[in-house]
Design a binder for this molecule. Structure first.
Ligand code: UAG
Ligand code: ATP
Length: 515
């Protein structure tokens, strides 16, 4: 197959912008034959024949630099003082999404897209699903996750993601690469910010999953209110042909309403833990329950309840590679989406047994100390589920936690982490976690102030590596040690710089050797 060279001409640009009511005015006329062979919003990426997009915290110097490098026109919400032709639009983020999809020849239509949203569990569910899809579509499944982006099978087709859901131009570029690499399936995470910033404007998914929602990502750089956060997340269902919903989520009535706005009831699947109380008694299609739920063994039984779910042939038992009752929710979602995509129970079983999610419930055993977990929990919802679960598994031991909380965003996370530590931990070593421009000691003080249980021992340990080692050293064989919040991150974000950090996983792996 010869790869199509991405391109777009002025006529098509103006037609699309008009169709979406985005065009204000254009200095270029529709009959200009020239093709643009590059689209970008970053002056550092400009080459000859580039159509340049001015967005976000933009400076006019970027446009000057883009012109010097060969940009032929710019798209913007405002006019700048330059002789470069302008296309003025009402919404630059939406314009980028519409034109980006066309520039790459609508790669979304050549992939079966399974998309996950939720406050917690997106990455885990995406990795479960990817692992299942790989059983049948080996090397033909792309993955756009918070951790990694996979667009093919060569070494450079896997790279670290910088956002959970990238800017639309990058999103469609990655899809185009996946299509050119003959991939057929795409499993992706969709953040609420992706909707807030129109990164996925006009994108349709074959299957969209809503895992859960709880207060998070509220603040001046993210969502002004919880209602706004919920509205953005719900857009995933509005844009999905088939919807899968965790019926135990908060705000189910609203969320189910969003799904029904654009999907028929026969295309909406709800799932829940057996026996759970469901808002408005909305009927559930698939139930799951734990058969074995220990730190070393996690087996669930899944049953189709409704007639339409019975067609999916998913009733059976499944062993999960990850412990934790919260992971059972993510796995059930993956089972349903995989069955909807036509995968067999054997494929699903093999996929779930062999899933590895970097930095999520990574387990390290020691001989003379406790078991150590490296996990990405970093807000109340995840701390509450993680620590609560571990507490139930360690009746004779202590839960020792190492954590901080990110600076410059989500202040409510600090209160939530403190609250969850007070509910289920015994010892907390508070330390640094991407402090940005804030003082990590001050962040730790806020976490400490929210630990309501006076029986919990806590202290501030400025150096994260020291805190990790201290926690492991103090643990006895019955204790469980949780290193939370950074997983595989190989840096600390300090004052707008990524300062190299060995990563929690590497530090723990080396430290527990021979212990
Ligand atoms: C609020 C928001 O969405 N911000 C994103 C946005 O920033 P921005 O548009 O203001 O861009 P900017 O980096 O300030 O630069 C302005 C423009 O100048 C351009 N530029 C810049 C320098 C230069 O030399 N030349 C040049 O042309 C830039 O390419 C850009 O187009 O576009 C940038 C990419 O161009 C993103 O990196 C940035 O995400 C910030 C860093 C971020 O942290 N976002 C978080 C809140 C986020 O989106 N998170 C969600 C996950 C949340 C969840 O877990 O649910 C995500 O999807 O990752
Ligand atoms: N269904 C769930 N409900 C509650 N907590 C969960 C669930 N699944 C995972 N977690 C917890 O949340 C942490 C983050 O999980 P995961 O990375 O899968 O979520 P995410 O939605 O991608 O998160 P983020 O938006 O922060 O990247 C896990 O390490 C675990 O502690």
């Amino acid at each position: 197959m010869v790869d199509r060279m991405p391109q777009i001409n002025v006529g098509k640009i103006l037609t699309l912008l008009k169709e979406h009511n985005l065009l204000v005015t254009s200095d270029l006329s529709a009959n200009l034959g020239a093709d643009f062979t590059q689209v970008t919003y970053d002056s550092r990426q400009v080459t000859e024949q580039t159509l340049f997009f001015c967005k976000g915290n933009f400076k006019v110097e970027f446009l000057e630099s883009a012109q010097a490098k060969g940009a032929q026109a710019y798209v913007s919400e405002q006019r700048y003082e330059t002789n470069l032709p302008a296309i003025i639009v009402t919404n630059i983020q939406q314009a980028m999404a519409v034109l980006g999809a066309a520039f790459y020849d609508f790669p979304q239509n050549k992939l079966n897209i399974i998309a996950y949203t939720g406050t917690k569990g997106k990455t885990t569910a995406a990795y479960f699903t990817n692992s299942i899809m790989q059983q049948r579509f080996t090397g033909q499944t792309a993955l756009f996750s918070t951790i990694n982006t996979v667009v093919g099978n060569k070494m450079d087709d896997t790279f670290k993601s910088s956002l959970t859901t990238p800017e639309s131009l990058d999103l469609f570029k990655n899809m185009d690469r996946a299509v050119n690499n003959e991939m057929q399936q795409l499993v992706m995470e969709v953040s609420s910010q992706a909707y807030k910033k129109d990164r996925v404007y006009n994108l349709k998914y074959d299957i969209g999953v809503f895992l859960n929602i709880s207060p998070d990502h509220l603040g001046k750089n993210e969502h002004p209110t919880f209602a706004d956060y919920l509205h953005c997340k719900e857009q995933l269902l509005v844009n999905s042909k088939v919807c899968v919903i965790n019926a135990e989520t908060q705000h189910l009535r609203d969320i189910y309403g969003a799904a029904k706005a654009t999907s028929q009831p026969e295309d909406i699947y709800l799932f829940a833990r057996k026996g759970a109380e469901i808002t408005d008694n909305i009927p559930v299609d698939v139930e799951f329950e734990a058969i074995s739920d220990t730190l070393t063994d996690n087996v669930i039984s899944v049953s189709a309840v409704s007639e339409k779910a019975k067609q999916l042939n998913l009733t059976g038992q499944y062993e999960l590679s990850l412990p934790g009752d919260f992971n059972e929710v993510d796995a059930t979602a993956a089972i349903i989406t995989s069955a909807l995509s036509g995968l067999s129970q054997d494929d699903i079983r093999m996929g779930l047994q062999s899933t590895v999610v970097p930095g999520r419930m990574e387990t390290y055993e020691t001989n003379n100390h406790g078991t150590v977990y490296v996990d990405y929990a970093h807000n109340y919802a995840s701390f509450h589920s993680l620590l609560g679960y571990l507490k139930s598994q360690a009746p004779n031991g202590r839960i020792i936690v190492v954590t901080g909380s990110t600076g410059d965003k989500g202040e409510d996370r600090r209160y939530g982490i403190g609250k969850a530590i007070g509910e289920s931990a015994d010892v907390a070593l508070l330390t640094v976690d991407d402090p940005g421009t804030e003082d990590p000691a001050e962040i730790a003080r806020t976490i400490a102030d929210n630990i309501q249980n006076t029986a919990v021992k806590h202290e501030y340990v400025a150096d994260r590596k020291t805190a990790v080692e201290q926690a492991i050293k103090m643990s006895t064989p019955d204790d469980l040690v949780v290193i939370a919040g950074k997983g595989h991150d190989p840096y600390q974000k300090i004052n707008n710089q990524d300062v190299p950090y060995e990563s929690d996983s590497v530090i723990v792996k080396q430290f527990v050797k021979g212990m």
